[in-house]
Design a protein around this ligand. Structure first.
Ligand SMILES: *Cc1c(COP(=O)(O)O)cnc(C)c1O
Length: 418
């Protein structure tokens, strides 16, 4: 059973000040989860989580995570600028981008960020752009082929195709990049890989860690480079569906620790730091999209029209992603109606739920769309002249803080030349 983190009474109070639709985030949940992650990796003294800014690029969230000891993983100029304004600097910033423009490397270097290179050709591009090689550089590895984990106990098969992905360097290129960087003056090296997305399995990070640890030990031997950290990147998932069980971050941390003891310690690399760049795991379950049912329509199917649309949350429209829906105040009412819950875009893909069993919904009902804290607001857009919504923080004490106001038509018109 998925439970919203706010009640109908709380929601009714909030909508008096902030009309729906809006995204709201649960401060207590975010902090507790960040602490659980840090506890799971406490065995590694250099551990650091670099929150993937693209998941939730909101200063109120970034500052909160900084208080919990997290850094940021940026992938663009504006994400770097936002992170700088939130107080992140130097080794608190990872810059993992691809097809990177020169000006972005320049800003990343100016901020002292750790640059994660996506390709062998970027080594000399970076050197030419900066006029030097940074002291610390990370390189992104793509092992190619197909990445699979055995069937997990939840029956969820992890399979991804790194061989089809545009990211990272091949194994021979990785060693070449390290050797070239060392020639240019780099002293500390890291290895990064991102092989599977939204994994619902405690085995993903440990399997990835084994692969990266073995690679690191080999590359260190081949090139003599000092490998200072391994970056496990993102990919630890969340259970969007109510019948899926959540990953156990303590079990995941322990699995990575075992791989570390098995591979890195015997290789004389027992001081390597572990980094993560989690986005979804850090935020998704702690965000709700709150929306009001506006219309009901009875044609060949039963429709409930809501005031949010795919411009507020595009995952269902573009990936067919499941997002659970709770009708506030009807948590215990039987789900004896079947609806398509739809937004108002002139696109038939604008459906938050298709053939979903729900309690009877009446216009005016408040609906929680679950697990929208990551890759939710951030993927929003302005199609059909839809305006971006507000983002609110539900604080530990029950009060509500505005983190981003809703757009107005003037914001939408601001870049136009009439
Ligand atoms: C998207 C991304 C992440 C975060 O991924 P999640 O699946 O949200 O954890 C981390 N690192 C890089 C380089 C990314 O592109």
């Amino acid at each position: 059973m998925k439970k919203p983190f706010l009640t109908l009474a709380q929601a009714r109070e909030i909508v008096k000040t902030y009309p729906t639709p809006f995204h709201i985030y649960d401060e207590r949940g975010i902090r507790e989860n960040a602490r659980a992650l840090h506890a799971a990796f406490a065995w590694n003294p250099g551990f650091k989580e670099y929150f993937a800014v693209k998941a939730t690029p909101t200063p109120g969230i970034l500052k909160l995570l900084r208080e919990e000891g997290c850094g940021v993983d940026c992938s663009s100029l504006t994400e770097l600028l936002m992170s700088e304004r939130c107080g992140f600097s130097g080794s608190e910033i990872m810059f993992s981008s691809n097809e990177t423009p020169a000006e972005e490397f320049l800003l990343a270097a100016k901020l002292g960020a750790t640059i994660n290179l996506d390709d062998l050709t970027h080594v000399d591009f970076l050197h030419k752009t900066l006029g030097r090689a940074p002291e610390t550089v990370c390189c992104r590895f793509n092992p190619g082929g197909v990445f699979t984990l055995g069937e997990s106990k939840e029956g969820f098969q992890v399979m991804d195709k790194p061989g089809d992905a545009k990211y990272g360097m091949t194994r021979p290129q990785l060693a070449q990049a390290f050797a070239r960087l060392r020639e240019l003056g780099t002293k500390r090296f890291g290895i990064h890989a991102f092989l599977a997305s939204n994994t619902i399995s405690n085995e993903y990070y440990p399997a990835l860690a084994r692969l990266l640890f073995e690679t690191a030990a080999q590359v260190a031997q081949e090139t003599g480079c000092h490998i200072a950290f391994i970056n496990l990147s993102g990919g630890v998932g969340v259970p969007y569906r109510p019948d899926q069980s959540a990953n156990d971050i303590a079990v995941i941390g322990e699995g990575v620790r075992r791989a570390y003891e098995d591979i890195l310690v015997p290789a004389g690399m027992g001081n390597v730091a572990i980094f993560t760049e989690l986005g979804r795991f850090m935020l998704a379950p702690f965000g709700h999209l709150l929306t009001t049912a506006v219309h009901e329509k009875h044609i060949y199917k039963e429709y409930v029209g809501v005031d949010a649309c795919a411009a507020n949350l595009m995952r269902p429209a573009i990936y067919g992603a499941y997002h659970h829906i709770t009708v506030l105040g009807k948590e215990d009412v039987p789900c004896d109606h079947v609806y398509d819950v739809v937004g108002s875009l002139c696109e038939n893909s604008d459906k938050f739920a298709i053939d979903r069993a729900l309690p009877e919904i009446r216009p005016g009902d408040l609906l929680v769309i679950h697990d929208t804290g990551a890759h939710g607001f951030s993927m929003g857009y302005n199609y059909n002249g839809k305006l971006r919504s507000a983002e609110l923080l539900l604080r530990g004490d029950g009060s509500v803080k505005l983190m981003r106001r809703a757009e107005t038509p003037d914001d939408y018109f601001a870049t136009l030349v009439w």
